[in-house]
Design a protein around this ligand. Structure first.
Ligand code: F6P
Length: 357
């Protein structure tokens, strides 16, 4: 085992723990940070440092002490008080050594990274390098396996649903087809939930490549039956059956090799109007879905995850991710959670389809 020796400490022994938030920000991150720090200080007498901007802060050893005082008043705040970035230490020469050096310099016994597939993917690889890690799952996309829900998802769904409600009234006033693009790189969870809640007439998700003729036929059928407007909800990662992911930013990738998405609604607006003859407009919700106040559900889930993560670290139960299974918080191996993305439940999509045009 290279580098930092695995350090197991018994329950109720004081330890120093580093926290970081990586990847796209997400409503509820501050609830997790607060949960970890409050439980950790109150129950175990731990000390905490928060690395700035995800793994970038670990590499640069840029951190702040986290205390009861510094985590007060943050529960309802969106974003992350620590900042975030998409940084991959495994893409940087000597990156893993820099992580170990930062932990040694700060006298840390363990790390609690809060992130999605990329941030926790780094965490999983660090476990193999002997670093003590407990992960917390985060993503508005809800596409992490091992957990029924990630915090941030319900907030994003509520924001998208509110937007669809508003777009409904303007679509109806102008007899238009409105295409609403929501986030969802690999999975259509936000599209399906907000589409069902908002009464969408068509929902397009990455899991089911779509046929444009079929989409237009559904809209036409609906309009022939009386309605004069339609709402199409499309996930940014949805693809046509005979085409690629459409992105306005083609060629741009992040440190984890993900293509920057966004823009399929632009193409759909043109194609639907040309094929159906119905006036069409598109709206891309984009980062609005990640911003602002977390809904109560995400504050509670984030708090439960934070408290459970510090318990796991205090027991030395490393290499795990805290997760929601049913109504219980459990621990699952990071390897299991990261094996595959969690795609949309086909039964949920079938329920959505009942209401399609
Ligand atoms: O992973 C969450 C997510 O919100 C995706 O749905 C989206 O494609 C991506 O992040 C956007 O990332 P960025 O903020 O780096 O543009």
């Amino acid at each position: 085992m290279a580098g930092a020796a695995r350090f197991r400490f018994a329950v109720r022994t004081m330890a120093r723990i580093g926290i970081l938030t990586g990847g796209g920000d997400c409503p509820g991150l501050n609830a997790v940070i607060r949960g970890i720090v409050r439980k950790g200080i109150r129950e175990y007498g731990h000390e905490f440092v928060g690395f700035r901007y995800g793994w970038a802060g670990v590499l640069a050893n840029e951190a702040v002490e986290l205390t009861n005082e510094s985590t007060r008043g943050i529960l309802h705040r969106g974003g992350t008080i620590l900042g975030s970035s998409r940084t991959n230490p495994f893409k940087i020469d000597g990156g893993v050594d820099q992580v170990r050096d930062a932990m040694q310099a700060r006298e840390l016994d363990a790390l609690i990274p809060i992130g999605g597939e990329d941030t926790l993917g780094v965490a999983r690889r660090l476990v193999d390098e002997g670093v003590n890690v407990v992960g917390v799952p985060k993503t508005i996309d809800n596409d992490l396996a091992g957990t029924d829900f990630t915090f941030g998802f319900q907030t994003a769904v509520q924001i998208a649903t509110d937007a669809i409600d508003r777009l409904h009234t303007t679509a109806e006033s102008h007899n238009r087809v409105i295409i609403v693009e929501v986030m969802g790189r690999h999975a259509g969870w936000i599209a399906a939930y907000s589409g069902i809640a908002g009464g969408a007439d068509v929902i397009l998700v990455p899991e089911r490549p779509f046929d444009l003729d079929d989409v237009c036929a559904r809209i036409q059928r609906r309009h022939e039956g009386g309605p004069t407007f339609s709402i199409v909800v499309v996930a940014e990662g949805a693809t046509p059956k005979d085409g690629d992911v459409v992105s306005e930013f083609s060629g741009t990738t992040d440190a984890f090799g993900h293509v920057r998405l966004g823009g399929i609604a632009v193409e759909l607006e043109k194609a639907i109007e040309a094929r159906t003859g119905y006036e069409s407009r598109m709206t891309i919700l984009g980062h609005v879905q990640r911003g602002g106040t977390p809904v109560a559900y995400d504050r509670v889930l984030g708090t439960r995850f934070g408290v459970a993560a510090v318990d796991a670290a205090s027991e030395g139960d490393y290499g795990k991710m805290v997760a929601l299974r049913g109504t219980e918080i459990v621990r699952v191996p990071l390897t299991e959670a990261l094996a595959e993305p969690k795609l949309l439940d086909p039964k949920l999509f079938e329920t959505a389809e009942v209401f399609f045009g």
